[in-house]
Design a protein around this ligand. Structure first.
Ligand code: FES
Length: 108
């Protein structure tokens, strides 16, 4: 199973096993990783699943589709590696993926 590491702004890490075909957001929910509210349930409609993809992974993931690109602009503290974790699919190729949670979401 692919491993995904979520790192909170505080530095706390949650390394979890993911299921191929699920989203990174769903992986966090399945493993009780705190901080990703995912209020819209994964429909690219809320930006409360915002993460920063680790620099080493930024070019390895498929580019965001238009709906994600539009919604990410509504997130707080957007950076070049910002993504909606509900739109990142877990595949064999995402084994080792590292994402960081924005400070705006880590107090949850
Ligand atoms: Fe709402 Fe990802 S869960 S945009």
């Amino acid at each position: 199973m692919p491993k995904i590491t979520f790192i909170k702004d505080s530095g706390t890490e949650h390394a979890v096993e993911a299921t191929i075909g699920e989203s990174v957001m769903q992986t966090a929910a399945d493993n009780l990783v705190p901080g990703l509210l995912a209020e819209c349930g994964g429909y690219a409609n809320c930006a409360t699943c915002h993460v920063y993809v680790d620099d080493a992974w930024a070019d390895k993931l498929p580019a965001p589709e238009e709906a994600e690109a539009v919604m990410i602009e509504a997130a707080f503290d957007v950076r070049p590696t910002s993504r909606l974790s509900c739109q990142i699919q877990v595949t064999e190729d995402t084994d080792g993926l590292i994402v960081r949670l924005p400070v705006s979401q880590t107090g949850v």
